[in-house]
Design a protein around this ligand. Structure first.
Ligand code: ATP
Length: 444
């Protein structure tokens, strides 16, 4: 068997060819930074979200879910610091007026304008032209709410899901009778007017996030921070089966951290374009609740019955993008192999994550007795597992290749022997071995 390193164009091509990801409004030439999930993409994404929700909310006794509105009172984003500070450094090609991330062109993690100016001295744009001085660009997307389109009606599409978690802190604490430590989790869309969206679904303008804000006593910040770092690593390696050698830790330097964070550790994944951020764990201290308390005038302090003291809780945040997780899962699972001189692409997904658990085929599609028998097996498995597909297109070899490419763990084939003894062949995606199994014994 032969393997080679995965290239982004291979992932993009597979994603398109097999219905995982399509360019948004493709027939109109697309729109940079926007993507649609196809039939298999939405299955996989739903599984990733369900797995996360199960690990975070369902299996926990002190984390509660919310689903906040995308548009909130704009004061929320003033208090959070996004109106003033949700910026990326940008430079412009003085001839083409194309805009670029200054830190990316300078090859640094720093977003300090002075440092960037120094680093970019004498540098040209990718088109070979002079560059403007770096300046900050606010990435929040704006709209107007109501019939009048003036400054008083400006609102923002949320740039992160965390905002409505903070504004619901008191509602959740009260209604759930929650005591510290407790968390609030949310899965939802967020919007960022990225200067240069790129690398397929890695950096997009409409994204989906899975976030937890974990409210704690200030003295437990170090332990809680470790707890959520460990959670992220375990989730990726155990629940999603991502190879640990494709992951590494990156600690933010001071000049790289978001305005709210006292400490930040990212898990980097080995994406086709290199090791890049997948999942962030941040210590946001009491920045958010203090700021919302100040701006709203509402008391967001917590009274600790045992210690008889009142304080603003600290927050540890765990934040990951659904699309980046999907890209990581695809890149981690993607293999090109040669078996007995035959080339194949295979997605070695964890079986529980595969869009289809089984594919069922009659050996020949023009033999009604085989088709009828196969249909019975298909319906039986579908009833039990739900995500089962029917595939009678082309010869068996072609069907196996197709199912390998979408990561289906097992293909079940109904042949003439089935009609005699109620056994089928079950072919394993990874070993390509075929076994004869009684229909009643087929199992995942
Ligand atoms: P980056 O440095 O890559 O711009 P960030 O540090 O701004 O990301 P956070 O604000 O911490 O990211 O967002 C949390 C998570 O949301 C990230 O770890 C990532 O998985 C995801 N994410 C953020 N921005 C984007 C984007 N433009 N496209 C896709 N996913 C994103």
């Amino acid at each position: 068997m032969e393997e080679k390193t995965v290239r982004m164009e291979d992932i993009i091509s597979l994603a398109k060819r097999r219905g995982f990801v399509f360019q948004a409004s493709e027939i109109y030439g697309g729109l940079a930074g926007f993507w649609d999930y196809g039939p298999l993409g939405v299955e996989l994404v739903n599984k990733l979200k369900a797995e996360w929700w199960k690990a975070v909310v369902t299996e926990s006794d002190n984390i509660f879910g919310v689903d906040g509105a995308i548009i909130q009172n704009p004061k929320l984003w003033e208090a959070s610091g996004h109106v003033a500070g949700f910026t990326d450094p940008m430079v412009e090609d003085v001839v083409t007026h194309k805009r670029y991330r200054a830190d990316h062109l300078a090859g640094t993690d720093s977003t300090d304008l002075g440092e960037l100016k120094e680093l970019l001295k004498g540098k040209k744009s990718p088109d070979g032209n002079d560059l403007s001085e770096p300046r900050y660009f606010n990435m929040m997307m704006q709209t107007w709410v109501g019939a009048v389109q003036d400054d008083s009606a400006v609102a923002y599409l949320r740039p992160e899901t965390a905002g409505s978690i903070f504004t619901n802190y008191e509602n959740v604490r009260e209604t759930m009778r929650a005591k510290l430590p407790f968390g609030i989790a949310q899965i939802g869309k967020a919007f960022r007017n990225e200067i240069s969206p790129r690398d397929f679904i890695f950096r997009v303008r409409e994204l989906e996030q899975m976030e937890i804000q974990y409210f704690i006593r200030p003295q437990s910040q170090d332990a809680a921070y470790e707890q959520w770092r460990e959670f992220a690593w375990d989730f990726l390696t155990t629940r999603l089966g991502i190879a640990p050698e494709n992951l590494k830790w990156h600690e933010h330097e001071e000049n790289e951290r978001a305005h709210y964070a006292a400490a930040a550790h990212d898990i980097y994944f080995k994406f086709p374009q290199g090791f890049k951020e997948l999942w962030g764990t941040h210590n946001r201290t009491d920045f958010d609740l203090s700021s919302h308390q100040k701006t709203s005038g509402k008391d967001l302090s917590y009274f600790d019955d045992a210690a008889k003291e009142r304080f603003i809780p600290y927050v540890i945040e765990s934040s990951v993008g659904v699309g980046r997780m999907l890209l990581a899962v695809l890149a981690d699972a993607y293999r090109e192999e040669e078996i007995n001189g035959d080339k194949r692409v295979v997605l070695k997904l964890k079986p529980e994550l595969a869009p289809y658990r089984f594919a069922v085929s009659p050996l020949l599609k023009n033999k009604p007795e085989l088709v009828e028998k196969a249909r019975g097996v298909y319906l039986m498995l579908k009833k039990q597992y739900g995500n089962v597909t029917w595939d009678d297109n082309g010869n068996i070899g072609k069907r196996y290749r197709r199912q390998d490419e979408i990561g289906t763990p097992n293909c079940v084939v109904i042949d003439f022997q089935t009609l005699e003894d109620d056994t089928v062949t079950v072919r394993d995606r990874d070993s390509t071995e075929q076994k004869r199994v009684a229909i009643k014994n087929i199992s995942a």
